[in-house]
Each structure stands twice: as structure tokens, then as C-alpha cells.
Write a protein of this length. Sequence first.
Length: 220
Amino acid sequence: MNVVVVAAHPDDEVLGAGATLARHVQDGDAVHAVVLTDGALSRYGKHMVGELQASGVAAARHIGLASVRFEAFPDQRLDQIPILDLTQHIESVLTDLEPDIVYTHFRGDVNADHALVAQAVWTACRPYCMPNLRLIAAFETPSSTEWASTIDGSPFRPTLFVDVTATIECKLSAMACYASETRAYPHPRSLRALRERASYWGSVVGVLAAEPFLVLRDVR
């Protein structure tokens, strides 16, 4: 199978689905990451664009990804891009990769880039454009999903749990490659907090570690 994770920023692909992607790799699937923004210019500067991409390549190597693509849309400025342009770009990338499974952001995240990527991916993956797609599911992004307001929408309520007991350490090793993005505990992007989060979701379904997803479409 071909598996694609579509992420707004460098590190989102690991935060949201890193251990699940590693499990797909172990199962023999070809796994690809598509990172849509530079992740740097709104916070750091041009010098960090290359560093974040290098971190993403190193993280991909830890997980065993077949490819990682950096599309270089402006960080925290996706609201300035016509949604049609973003959607068509994603559609073009996915047409090239021919995924059976797509993972992406939850539309209710507090981060505006996440919400726009979620909307664009969902539109790009409509059935008659991606007829071979078997599963599309949204992941949570620690430090974004749990901080979102529920006033204007539904909270993240996962309907799919992937047992990542065997791959959680691979996710943490990959996340450690993003030295500029990890934080000290108890921040949600600390390695300890990520391990604890996987343990929590595992306890919900009776395994040692899990990653949660909200299924948007499943025709497997």
C-alpha cells in the first residue's frame, strides 16, 4: 500500500502520526510525507528553513519513509493563499503519489494552518478524484488539537486507534531530530509528554501505546 501523511509544518507529520507511519513501514507499506509550509519564516528567519528541512529528512530516515516533500508555502500565512490553489496543489501531489491511505490534520485545531490543510486535503480526496483511496483519517497534533475551542465546532473524538507499542520509541527518536521544535516537560511537544500521551490513548483501548485518529472515510 501507499501511505501519505499531509502536514502543515515540519514536525507535524511526526507529532500526529509518527508511530503509525513507522508501523506502516514495518508492515511493508511505502510511506510518504508531504510538508506544505516552510515552518520557519513566521517565527525564526530564512536560516531556519534549511535546518527544519534537514531535521525532517533525518526524522524521515528514522521512521523509514520512502520520501518527504517540502512544498514551501508560507508559514502561518495559508489564509493568504486561495483555498482553491492550495487544494489543487495537494490534489496534484496526491495524484502523483497514488495513496491508498491519507493522514492529515484535524479541522478543529487551534492552529489556522492546520485547519486550512485539513479542509484542502478533504476536498482534494473527494471520491471521484481519488477513487483508489481506501482510508482518510485526521490525527491530533499535540499543542494544537487539545488547545482548540469547542465553541465553534466538535472536539477531537477519535474513532480509530493504532497500536504503536512496537513503534512509539521510533516516533520519539524521529521527533528528537526536530531539536528546535521539542520543548521541556510538561510541554505537549516534550518527548516525555508524547510518550505519556501514547500511553494514555493506549489505556483507552487496552494496549500499551496508541495513536488516535478521526476517520473521515473508510472503504477498506
